[in-house]
Design a protein around this ligand. Structure first.
Ligand SMILES: [Zn+2]
Length: 126
């Protein structure tokens, strides 16, 4: 230690301080790099989970209403006018469509999708 201090033209206490500072900086860098790896991994895991949930969901009507109601209707190729035997809810205005009134059923090739209804006034918005 003494020889090294002389070689660097430092006092022993300066050399020790310098070594300690370098060591703490190194440890600090390693810890912050490790923290970043951990938080990046958690972000990645969150994204994978979110995307998997999106793929698994058969139909997301609530989000569609919030972000432009006609989004998510790309698989519907037509609307069939029906007189309801059972009440339904309009996809666009969320109004309850009563039994015996006219509603429009979205037709789709996707078998797992839930039914999509529009009321008589919302069908005009297409
Ligand atoms: Zn409606």
């Amino acid at each position: 230690m003494k020889e090294e201090a002389e070689r660097r033209r430092l006092s022993v206490s300066h050399l020790i301080r310098s070594i300690l500072e370098d060591t703490f900086q190194l440890v600090d860098d390693v810890v912050s790099d490790f923290d970043k790896v951990v938080s990046d991994s958690m972000d990645l895991a969150r994204n994978v989970r979110r995307n998997a949930a999106k793929l698994a969901a058969p139909s997301p009507p609530a989000q569609d209403i919030a972000s432009g109601w006609d989004q998510g209707l790309s698989d519907i190729y037509g609307w069939s006018e029906l007189v309801l035997q059972r009440g339904a809810q309009c996809r666009r205005c969320t109004a309850q469509i009563e039994r015996g009134s006219t509603a429009f059923l979205g037709l789709t090739d996707k078998t797992r999708r839930g039914r999509v209804w529009l009321c008589a006034s919302c069908i005009q918005a297409l």
